[in-house]
Design a protein around this ligand. Sequence first.
Ligand code: SF4
Length: 460
Amino acid sequence: MSHSKLAGIFNKDEKKVDWHDKALWFVRHKRDLSVHEVKGWEELRNLGHGIKAHTLSHLDVYLEQFEANALKNGVQVHWAANGDEHNQIVHGILKENHAKKVVKSKSMLTEECHLNPFLEANDIEVIDTDLGERIVQLAKEQPSHIVLPAIHKNKLEVDELFQEHLGTKPCNGDPQYLTGEARKHLREKFIHADAAITGVNFAIAENGGFVVCTNEGNADMGAHLAAVHIACMGVEKIIPKQEHLGVFLRLLARSATGQPITTYSSHFRKPRKDTKMHIVIVDNGRSEQLSRPDFRASLHCIRCGACMNTCPIYRRSGGHSYDATIPGPIGSILSPGKDLTKYSTLPFASTLCGSCSDVCPVKIDIHTQLYKWRQIIGKETPQPFIKKKSMAAMGKIFSKPSLYGKVGAVAHWALRTLPKSLINSWPNIWGKTRDLPVGHKQSFDQWYKERENNKKDDQK
Ligand code: SF4
């Protein structure tokens, strides 16, 4: 389904749209307050951008360096070309270790590879341990935001969900009670887990270590209790040096939630005594994106979610309207790279206001890339007949000032005199959700010329 149709479904609940919008704007505002406290924030962003650009242009070198160091540390390293390979590798490790119960901390990569349904189909229990992720898992939904996966659900909905699945008492959405119950439920799962899966925020080439950032400590709980730790990372998570963490950790937390640092920045380097540690390095379309000069910088993304929090479209259409693992502005750049036809409507889900690029901690030119996708999609995918014809006609009109003036006069006349029902009839797709202004009797051009003439007359 197109983005606009799915957004239409979300928009039916006006109250929800309102608090969704406000909740995300609140996070954006917190981000602003937090970054304004950092002297040299722009320099930090430039540095983040530069390190990422350098790393991506030497990706092979740094990935191999990381592998060699991780192997030296006693970590087993696996390479997956795509999601299927990733899932097979993870399943193979679990099978080898007779693991039937798995706890997973938030990892958008495993969402992207659809790991949960794959493992469940192979008779393995997977429990998402990030609270927001657990909520959407119980609701059998996808995360709607990369940092706030259940932001589309209010506390009353969570109350009902927990009553149904965790047997809690009705509490009118009392957050303290609900979090306490979730904690009890998850502790049980942590204690009995055979293996833990985590994502990776940053993998350090020079020492083979990696860092996982959470606010709930769930990655640590899982990885420190289970006998097997599997960390899954996209190839773009690599950074050259430990000292670069100082740049990215500061950028990430402030941009994501306005915190100076995430509550837990857990550093992993080697397996504990009598345990195993595996790293699965996944491509899944990233090399292809790297090969597109116009879109290469999208791989700089450190998954802070700031572009979603600020986007007027995302805030009012909800993450599920993107029908993709990564929603919002950055998702609308990454998804068409995977399937141009399926995700052809996403780059159009933007006002191109540029707010996403302004807040992006690693200075990705998000709105420029969205605009570039539009040009490609217009040429390479089937467009609705009316849109195609009307855009071609508009192109001709806009390129000839005299024609533009004449058509404008007719349009203003029509907007002044014709009934709204006719103006907003079916060929006018815009009219479904927008009221066009009342037409003017005089065009800007006529008004300007008249003013200049009056000025001349006054000077005489
Ligand atoms: S594109 Fe930038 S703002 Fe958006 S999630 Fe990635 S790093 Fe954050």
